[in-house]
Design a protein around this ligand. Structure first.
Ligand code: NDP
Length: 331
């Protein structure tokens, strides 16, 4: 059936400024890494994207290699964009990335060469049926390519009209400082950093959050639910339709060890005491940090997406909640 966007779609979503830029991102953004390839039903993909937009989720995050197979998430997104979302292009912030192996031969093996980044950007635009993306990322730091070449390619991607802004993902503190300086000198400042951050992986608290603030960059956190570990998904076994149950290379049965599951159960108690689900607690906990622009969730169905967005209307975290969480995480 044809799609008419909800009229009240901007009523409840919260928006945060992305660093010192002019761009506002929704506090909850949707990533298309795992749930938009060939393993998940197209009807569900369409329903999740429609529901997201209807609730003010204006930011969709992709990459060249999202699938499976590689490229498929962009192709699937492009189809749904064309049928449903195209009239709303100027309300949407669509990002993609290049950095990992993508096509045969040395030019397509990933990294940060000018050749790879520009060709990959063109491929992504074609798959999605877009004239431009809003944010184009270097998906990972490449130690074998001069950073000047990588940042120069991102600058060119903007100047040639392929993207409006640029970002970096998973660059460490020192790489970020260098990249930001080069990009600023080129006249195309880095808009945003996309690191992993969740209760189980807190590396950005050391330096990176401070660095991004100093550089005026926003921060969007990927895998905020630790791919589903920080939810009730695995509390009583491994559901067949879950990321682990479907045989993901990135989350495996051995990640569900007794120690981890003990922590998950203890965190779930805290969530229940707050009248929240564990997923909602995990998201609220990240968004307590004002320098974080957005949490980038994945959702394999509309119910999960709704629950994740509802984290925004949950109770404020108290000092007591934060102490309980620290105590559990330290055990
Ligand atoms: P999450 O940590 O949000 O995990 C998403 C998974 O958690 C879902 O697929 C689902 O698992 C489960 N889940 C979500 N909400 C709920 C809920 N309310 N209740 C129960 N289970 C829930 O994020 P992802 O790891 O998917 O990453 C999110 C996005 O971040 C990606 O799509 C991508 O855009 C980006 N990313 C970027 C990377 C980078 O290198 N820059 C790397 C990884 C991700 P299930 O599928 O089992 O139902």
């Amino acid at each position: 059936s044809s799609y008419v966007a909800a009229e009240n779609r901007y009523d409840d979503m919260q928006y945060r400024r992305c660093g010192t830029s002019g761009l506002m991102l929704p506090a909850v953004s949707l990533g298309l890494w795992h749930n938009f390839g060939d393993l998940h039903p197209g009807g569900t993909q369409r329903a999740v994207l429609r529901r997201a937009f209807d609730r003010g989720v204006t930011h969709f995050d992709l990459a060249n290699n999202y699938g499976p197979p590689y490229g498929q998430a962009e192709t699937n997104f492009g189809r749904i964009f064309a049928s449903d979302l195209k009239p709303h292009r100027d309300e949407l912030i669509i990002s993609t990335k290049a950095g990992y192996d993508m096509w045969p031969g040395p030019c397509g093996q990933g990294g940060g060469s000018r050749k790879y980044l520009i060709a990959s950007c063109d491929q992504s635009l074609k798959r999605m049926g877009l004239d431009y993306v809003d944010i184009f990322y270097s998906h990972r730091f490449d130690p074998d390519t001069p950073l000047e070449e990588t940042m120069g390619a991102l600058d060119h991607i903007v100047r040639s009209g392929r993207a409006l802004y640029i970002g970096i993902s998973s660059y460490d503190h020192e790489q970020t400082v260098r990249a930001a300086a080069i990009a600023r000198d080129l006249g195309t400042p880095l808009l945003i950093h996309q690191p992993r951050y969740n209760m189980f992986d807190r590396w950005i608290e050391d330096d990176l959050l401070d660095t991004c603030e100093q550089e005026g960059m926003g921060v969007i956190c990927f895998s905020p639910l630790a791919q589903g570990l920080l939810t009730t998904r695995y509390l009583s076994g491994i559901p067949r339709n879950s990321r682990v149950g479907m045989g993901s290379r990135h989350l495996r049965p051995e990640n569900l060890d007794e120690q981890t599951m003990g922590t998950v159960r203890a965190l779930n108690e805290i969530a229940m005491d707050r009248d929240q689900s564990l997923a909602q607690l995990a998201l609220s906990w990240i968004l307590r940090e004002e320098r974080i622009t957005s949490v980038l969730v994945g959702a394999s169905n509309v119910t999960q997406l709704d629950a994740d967005i509802d984290a925004l209307s949950g109770n404020q975290l108290t000092d007591d909640d934060l102490i309980r969480i620290e105590t559990v995480l330290a055990e």
